[in-house]
Design a binder for this molecule. Structure first.
Ligand code: DQA
Length: 147
């Protein structure tokens, strides 16, 4: 069974309450359940991690080096636009990194267009809402012809 690490950055713990017109009414826990159900069907699993703190996200990325993940799926939230530290941590990672965003950041404010962390990612997927997490995982399994 392939295992994935899914990291969510700041304010993603507030999904459900947070700007529902942009992010919908589902909580992060509901999205986790939804995604886990989708990926179980293709014999994959995920460890989920959320933090509002930049350094904790850096540490979790570093820890993944000694863990047997097939890929890292990361939604760095607003740190996507600012964090050289998360970019540097992701640059150390040898396995694929897929950056995801629930919203289409291209249809939003100008400051969301610059993504520092995405420079260390193999691919970016955005604007697909809750589906972005499981689709990112499926994309890795498809790549290896496992589904
Ligand atoms: C986000 C987009 C970011 O610009 C924003 O700061 C977030 C959420 C998304 O999933 O659409 O926190 O990463």
């Amino acid at each position: 069974m392939k295992k994935f690490l899914v990291i969510n950055g700041p304010n993603l713990n507030m999904l459900g309450l947070r700007e529902p017109d942009i992010y919908g009414f589902e909580t992060l826990d509901e999205i986790i359940k939804y995604t886990n159900n989708k990926i179980q069907q293709v014999d994959a699993s995920a460890d989920w991690y959320q933090s509002n703190i930049e350094g904790e996200i850096v540490t979790r990325i570093q820890e993944s080096l000694n863990q047997d993940y097939a890929a890292i799926i990361i939604n760095p939230g607003a740190y996507s636009h600012t964090s050289i530290a998360i970019f540097d941590a992701l640059s150390i990672i040898k396995i694929p990194v897929i950056e995801v965003h629930l919203s289409n950041t291209h249809s939003r404010e100008e400051f969301r267009l610059r993504k520092l962390t995405a420079r260390a990612a193999q691919s970016i997927m955005e604007g697909l809402g809750r589906d972005c997490y499981y689709l990112a995982i499926y994309s890795q399994l498809l790549k290896n012809e496992e589904i």
